[in-house]
Design a protein around this ligand. Structure first.
Ligand code: CTP
Ligand code: MG
Length: 267
């Protein structure tokens, strides 16, 4: 379960990046900011794991083989495939692509291509928890606003107690053998889930909540993109155009990469 030298677990990542970005207006995973595609931003914290990262699978739209990953061309751990009609199918195909590289207890994490600001610290926390418990886990943030259920007539039907409610984020994952088995079961059962935690839950696998960071939000529409670009500029010190852009501690970007900031790498 541990990578040989560090005591940190072996980790693989599956990135579903085959969506159409209908709410965004274009396939958002290829939209660029500070020289990197959104997909490339999403991958960066995983590259920060160094030798502990044993495989990366990226599921792309039909006809794409390497788009958004230009600076990683030839990376020995990177594998790409064509995704499916649903997110769940894209994840399943990505898992299949790297299954041969995995040991049963490797930590496999699924992370949306549309979440560019995952911190290296949160990535390490969830990987370590999965390795320690041998169960599933996801990053999630507690719901902070008061929730209302609307009736059909536009009036409030009830106030829903928010206690115990979380918003699911990614990464989500489990040891390889459990995640692969859960996705195979979901396929056989005709289950359509919107995230991998639900796939694990349906297979009866315990899923731990790891409290995450609201900055790890998903880019769905244009407002999210504005928020991301403003934050990324601040994190990189590019608010002031005359300031050179320092790298934050994203921890180990590959050679020849442009230099957007990360949000905190290993340790
Ligand atoms: N995704 C995928 N395959 C699909 C659908 C979605 O790999 N058939 C991926 C997206 O590329 C994204 C992640 O799943 O990285 C989360 O999905 P979402 O935010 O819904 O992205 P889109 O499906 O592209 O957006 P929309 O639903 O607005 O079309
Ligand atoms: Mg979608």
């Amino acid at each position: 379960m541990n990578s040989e030298s560090s005591g940190f677990p072996r980790v693989a990542v599956v990135i579903p990046a085959a969506g159409r970005g209908e709410r965004f207006g274009s396939p958002k995973q290829f939209q660029t900011h500070l020289g990197w595609s959104l997909l490339r931003w999403a991958l960066e914290p995983f590259l920060g794991l160094g030798d502990s990262l044993v495989a990366m699978a990226v599921a792309l739209p039909p006809g794409e083989t390497a788009r958004g990953l230009e600076d990683l061309a030839g990376h020995p751990r990177l594998h790409t495939c064509t995704g499916g009609a649903s997110r769940q199918e894209s994840v399943r195909l990505g898992l299949k692509l790297i299954a041969g590289e995995l040991r049963p207890d490797d930590v496999v994490l699924v992370h949306d291509a549309a979440r560019p600001l995952l911190s290296g610290v949160d990535l390490r926390r969830i990987a370590e928890l999965i390795a320690r418990t041998g169960a599933g886990a996801l990053l999630a943030v507690p719901v902070r606003d008061t929730l209302k259920r609307a009736g059909g007539n536009g009036l409030v039907e009830e106030t829903v107690p928010r206690s115990g409610l979380y918003q699911a984020q990614t990464p989500q994952g489990a040891p390889a053998h459990l995640l692969i088995e859960a996705h195979d079961r979901a396929l056989r059962a005709g289950l359509h889930a919107t995230d991998d935690a639900a796939v694990l839950e349906a297979a009866g696998i315990p899923v731990h909540i790891v409290e995450g960071d609201p900055l790890n939000f998903k880019i769905t529409g244009e407002t999210d993109w504005k928020l991301f670009t403003a934050l990324a500029r601040r994190l990189s010190g590019r608010d002031n155009p005359s300031t050179p852009s320092p790298r934050l501690d994203s921890g180990g970007s590959p050679p020849n990469s442009p230099s957007p900031p990360g949000r905190g790498g290993p340790g």
